[in-house]
Design a protein around this ligand. Structure first.
Ligand code: FMN
Length: 363
C-alpha cells in the first residue's frame, strides 16, 4: 500500500516508531547519550550523528545509551565521501583562518591532510551497536549497507532535499525518506544537482516527495512545536525530524555559547554557509562566516571535508573559550521558538501540542 493511503498509525507502525517525534542526529556533539535516552524515555526516537565518531566511539556511545534506555535508537552516517581534488583556494583558505588562530593563541593553521573517510569501519560499528535505525545524509546509502542493515533488522532512512533525491533513495531500498527543507539547521543533505538550486522549503518539498515515493516520508526543517508537527502530518508526512529545538535542551552537548546564540537570535539571522566545512549548512551568522565567505574577496573555502579539517582546531578552541564568533552555530530558521529546558518536558510538550492542534482543526 502506498504510504499516502495509510493512516498515520499504520505508517508509524510500519516504521517502528512510537510517535511522530524524531530527534535529529547532530554530529559534532549535540546528541549526547543523555539527550538520546531522555528523548526515547519521553516517547520520541533519539538519534546519534556518528559521522565524526570513530568506530570505538560509536560502540562507546551506544553502550552509554543502552545503559540509560532499553528503547530503540538510531545511528546516522554521512554517505562515503570521495577524496576531493587539490583546491586552488588553499593559500587563501589558510590566510583567511590564520588571524583567528592568532586571536585565540593557536599555532598557525596547516594545510589539512585528507584522511580516508572510514565509512566501512563506522558502518560495521553501527551494525554492532544495537541501533534499530540506520540513516544517511549527503548521498545514497551504499546498496550493500542497505541489505546488511535490513538483514540485521534495522530500518534504513535516507535524506532528500529534492524529489529526484527521494526517488533515488527509494530505488536503493530505504524504508523512509527524510525530506529536508531549506529552513533546516545544519548541513544540507543534497547530493544530486546544484546545491544552490536545491533550496526547497519544507512546506513545498514534503507533499511533492509524498506524491513521488511509496515509502513513508519524514519532514525535517523549521519544525519547532506541535503546530509544526501537525502541519507536517497534514502535508502527508508520517513523522518529523527536528534538530534545532533539541539543541537548547539541558542534555544537548553543544557549548553554552551555541545555546545562548540560538536563544538570542532572530529568525532572519541564519544563513547557508560553506565556511566551516566546505558543504552548505545553515547557521547563525557570525564573524567567522562573514570573513571567510566575504563576497568581495576571492574564494577561500576548501571542498568538504578539507575545510572541516582546517577549521576544527579553531572551533574546538572557541568552544572551550566560549567564543561564539568562531563556532559553527548551526540552527534552523525556526530558532525563535527554541527554549532552554530538559528534553523530557520538550517531548511531552511536542506530543501534547500536536494533539491539541489536530484537535483544534478537527473541531
Ligand atoms: C547542530 C546540527 C547538526 C546536524 N547534524 C546532522 C547529522 O549529523 N546528520 C544528519 O543527517 N543531519 C544533521 N542535521 C540536520 C538534521 O537532521 C535536520 O535536518 C535539521 O536539524 C532539521 O531542521 P531544524 O534544525 O530546523 O529542526 C544537523 C542539524 C543541526 C542543527
Amino acid at each position: 500500500m502506498p504510504a499516502h493511503s495509510e493512516s498515520l498509525a499504520e505508517s508509524l507502525e510500519r516504521l517502528g516508531l512510537r510517535s511522530p517525534v524524531i530527534q535529529a542526529p547532530m554530529a559534532g556533539g549535540g546528541d549526547t547519550a543523555a539527550l538520546v535516552a531522555a528523548v526515547n524515555e519521553a516517547g520520541g526516537l533519539g538519534f546519534v550523528g556518528a559521522a565524526y565518531l570513530t568506530d570505538a566511539q560509536i560502540a562507546e556511545r551506544a553502550r552509554d545509551i543502552r545503559g540509560r534506555t532499553a528503547l530503540p535508537f538510531g545511528v546516522n552516517l554521512f554517505a562515503p565521501t570521495p577524496a576531493p581534488a587539490p583546491s586552488p583556494a588553499l593559500a587563501e583558505a589558510l590566510a583567511r583562518v590564520a588571524p583567528f588562530h592568532a586571536e585565540l593563541g593557536l599555532p598557525a593553521p596547516e594545510a589539512p591532510a585528507y584522511a580516508e573517510d572510514g565509512f566501512d569501519r563506522r558502518f560495521a560499528a553501527l551494525l554492532d551497536s544495537g541501533a534499530a535505525f540506520y540513516s544517511v545524509t549527503f548521498g545514497l546509502p551504499p546498496a550493500d549497507t542497505v541489505a546488511a542493515a535490513k538483514a540485521h533488522g534495522l530500518r534504513v532512512l535516507g535524506t532528500a532535499t529534492t524529489v529526484a533525491e527521494a526517488v533515488a533513495l527509494e530505488r536503493v531500498g530505504v524504508d523512509a525518506v527524510i525530506a529536508q527543507g531549506s529552513e533546516a539547521g545544519g548541513h544540507r543533505g543534497s547530493f544530486i544537482g546544484d546545491p544552490a538550486a536545491n533550496l526547497i522549503g519544507t512546506m513545498a518539498l514534503v507533499p511533492q516527495v509524498v506524491d513521488a515515493v511509496g515509502v513513508p516520508v519524514i519532514a525535517s526543517g523549521g519544525i519547532m512545536d506541535g503546530r509544526g508537527i501537525a502541519a507536517a502530518l497534514a502535508l502527508g508526512a508520517a513523522a518529523v525530524q527536528m534538530g534545532t529545538v533539541f539543541l537548547t535542551c539541558d542534555e544537548a552537548g553543544v557549548p553554552d555559547a551555541h545555546k545562548d546564540a540560538i536563544l538570542a537570535a532572530r529568525e532572519d539571522q541564519t544563513r547557508l554557509t560553506r565556511a566551516f566545512s566546505g558543504r552548505p549548512a545553515r547557521g547563525i551568522v557570525n564573524r567567522f562566516m562573514a570573513t571567510v565567505e566575504d563576497p568581495r574577496a576571492p574564494d577561500a573555502v576548501l571542498p568538504f571535508p578539507m575545510q572541516n579539517t582546517l577549521t576544527r582546531p579553531l572551533r574546538t578552541a572557541a568552544g572551550k573559550a566560549g567564543r561564539a564568533e568562531f563556532l559553527s552555530l548551526w540552527a534552523g530558521q525556526g530558532l525563535g521558538l527554541a527554549r532552554r529546558r530538559p528534553a523530557a518536558g520538550l517531548v511531552a510538550d511536542l506530543l501534547r501540542g500536536t494533539e491539541a492542534t489536530l484537535g483544534r482543526l478537527a473541531r
